[in-house]
Design a protein around this ligand. Structure first.
Ligand SMILES: [Zn+2]
Ligand SMILES: [Zn+2]
Ligand SMILES: [Zn+2]
Length: 129
């Protein structure tokens, strides 16, 4: 092995997603963010969800959308209990919006319809050419 860093980690600058399970705030950071000043109450309770990457994942319970390199951690869903992640597809230059939950996704092609937070399936509409 001659590579010092995995290619994906190098490209994305080793950024990871952190989410507070109390207020739901998502932060991209190289290290655990400050716990000071959670809008919910007291201190943020950060959970590391995964490394920033090239696949879209959405939790059907809290509606959080992440661009991660692999299946994110299920720990600390702000809605309650564990996240239920669904992979929507590969990150791309087309923008899609679900007319049920209202989320915007930058995806390579029509995202997976599975796991809409509003219940049942996403109904995607392409907003870009
Ligand atoms: Zn918080
Ligand atoms: Zn969740
Ligand atoms: Zn939806």
């Amino acid at each position: 092995m001659t590579l010092l860093f995995p290619v994906v980690g190098y490209y994305y600058g080793n950024l990871s997603y952190y989410q507070c399970s109390k207020c739901g705030t998502v932060v991209k950071s190289e290290q655990m963010p400050s716990t000071y000043g959670c809008p919910a109450r007291g201190s943020h309770q950060w959970h590391k969800l995964g490394r920033v990457g090239d696949k879209n994942y959405m939790c059907r319970k809290c509606g959080t959308l992440l661009e991660c390199d692999s299946y994110p951690s299920t720990y600390g869903c702000p809605a309650s209990g564990s996240h239920q992640w669904h992979q929507l597809g590969k990150v791309g230059n087309s923008v899609y919006q679900c007319r049920k939950c209202g989320v915007f996704v930058n995806n390579e092609r029509t995202p997976s319809t599975y796991g809409c937070p509003q219940g049942g399936s996403h109904q995607w509409h392409k907003l870009t050419r």
